[in-house]
Design a protein around this ligand. Structure first.
Ligand code: 5GP
Length: 203
């Protein structure tokens, strides 16, 4: 049984670090690589960070219904291809998605059992400090991201879990705990319980 974990956060919340630590610490997870029309940044590689495609190709794929969800974020399209979930299922892995609030809403509708987690910086001041510390963005971009963050944060109530990222190590622990607790849910355990019960009934 594959569980879908949806993780969203305004940029600068420390999401990428937390997600990569989660992937490192917990076995049996697959990270969903999205399609996007935005150009690659820095060290990003096609097929690893994203599948980078042209707008026309994205729109054609979307029209064919290839995406589980997709949205326009900061003027570019981003989408999760259906094959990501199919592969996770075929491999018996859980799927981790790093997607925005619009995509999270679409996916929760399609897959109500998906577990959604919203990551939040402790305050606007700290978010601003983190955005400046990355020093990748111009002042205009930083201001826009702060403005967008204020909008995104209002959507926290559509998520199952909210994680305030004060300190990386403890936030990673919380993320790991959410995954582990989900895996212990009864509906996830049925396959394992049956053979255990049999050992009792045959005794
Ligand atoms: P970035 O360009 O900084 O990598 O990502 C910008 C935003 O797009 C982030 O909030 C990220 O979570 C979101 N995003 C990345 N992939 C997807 C996707 O497949 N679908 C949706 N809806 N959002 C995505």
């Amino acid at each position: 049984m594959t569980t879908v974990f949806i993780i969203s956060a305004p940029s600068g919340s420390g999401k990428s670090t937390l997600v990569s630590q989660l992937m490192r610490q917990v076995a049996g997870l697959r990270f969903s690589v999205s399609y996007t029309t935005r150009p690659p940044r820095g060290q990003e590689r096609d097929g690893q960070d994203y599948y980078f495609i042209k707008r026309e190709e994205f729109e054609a794929r979307a029209a064919k219904g290839e995406f589980l969800e997709y949205a326009e974020v900061f003027g570019n399209y981003y989408g999760t291809h259906q094959s990501e979930l199919e592969r996770a299922k075929a491999q018996g892995l859980d799927l981790v998605l790093d997607i925005d609030v619009q995509g999270a809403r679409q996916l929760k509708k399609k897959i109500p059992a998906a577990v959604s987690i919203f990551i939040l910086a402790p305050s606007r001041q700290i978010l601003e400090q983190r955005l400046r510390a990355r020093s990748q963005d111009s002042e205009a971009v930083i201001q826009r991201r702060l403005h967008d963050a204020a909008e995104e944060i209002r959507n926290y109530s559509q998520y199952d879990y909210v994680l305030v990222n004060r300190e990386v190590e403890s936030s990673v622990d919380t993320l790991v705990s959410i995954v582990k607790a989900t895996r212990s849910r009864r509906d996830r355990m049925e396959e394992q319980i049956r053979p255990i019960l049999e050992t009792f009934t045959n005794a």
